[in-house]
Design a protein around this ligand. Sequence first.
Ligand code: NIG
Ligand code: FE
Length: 415
Amino acid sequence: MRVLFKNIGQLVQIRSEKERYVSGAAMHELPCIEDAFLLVEEGRILDFGPMEDYVPCEADQCIDASGRVLLPAWCDSHTHIVYAGDRVDEFVDKIHGLSYEEIAARGGGILHSAKRLARIPEDQLYEESRKRVEEVIALGTGALEIKSGYGLTLDAELKMLRVIGRLRERYSIPVVATFLAAHAIPEAFANNRKGYVDQVINTWIPAVVEQGIAQYIDVFCEEGYFTAGDTARILEAGVKAGLKPKIHVNQFHAIGGVQVGVQHGALSVDHLEVMRPEDVTALKGSDTMPVALPGCSFFLGIPYTPAKDLIAEGLPLALASDYNPGSTPSGNMNFVVAAACVKMKMTPEAAINAATLNGAYAMGLHAEVGSITRGKWAHLLLTKPITSYRDIPYHFSTPLIEEVFVRGEGVGPKL
Ligand code: NIG
Ligand code: FE
């Protein structure tokens, strides 16, 4: 099956196979071709270039993309999209002045979601989660990381990971699974954090690895959750067992999680709303991708990751949604890109780099998705007629997507 896009107003994010991610000043460059063609064969990008170089060839489908922007679909490297129920009551509590931490201290927050998750049958969890996956694909997401972490018992964590596996089977976008048992301390271990960490290390990690149902290991390294010492122990065990770290750090407090992540070869360190100079230093020269989650900052009213400073220091940055019922009940990457521009003062070029190629890197998928590169999957986002990619964050809530393509096949005009 061959699909040809022709007369593309602007073909965005052209990269060679060698480019794993972009950092520093290069974040502000977004290579494009104006008036371009793109040819897809069997779901992968076969060729592209300026229209004047197009040599007519047979295609099963031809799409005229005049006046439109075609870009790689968003790569969302941090989500908790598999969950049960919602936390809309806490949303209202927050409006009345309670903080995320105060809600958690009252037994709300992650522990509340864990109670709901324990009760829900696996098939229903799959059905609820499937709807959210379809929602984000329609919003232009073409690769997804999903975490466990609302289980907090081995059985419930495995239930979540199996559901993630079923979602991977069901959809043609890449879906990677992260084991986040250390997301909160369950009630049964309220006075025995070490006991919980020991159990995760000694029993749960081996069980998850034996079943081959997770690729990454995560820890919520934060005051009131897991210390830098706990994080180091869990990552060490995870790495030994073959899981690569991707961790939650510096959301409310900087307690050394960035350093622990870098030391254990973390693929990404995520959140980073609170950054000290030594945290920036730790990231320099590493292959660890910093990941900002502006939807979370927006929803909780907490500081935004200092993106401009990190980029000025020569670091790369990825953007992800953090889609979850508590801190970010939205997986809309169009909004994430807009919020990054508006609130974090990222240039549109930096924000789009962060939400495509760098996002792909942050989940180990940069060889498959995240840029217009020969051989990569043709997971693409086609806009309605607009002048340039800068219109996407500028019209921050206008539905600008005309069609989303997965493996070169339209999944239908949405929004
Ligand atoms: O990334 N911070 C920890 N985990 C999630 C929130 C989870 C929840 O509140 O349910 C986050 O924001
Ligand atoms: Fe998260």
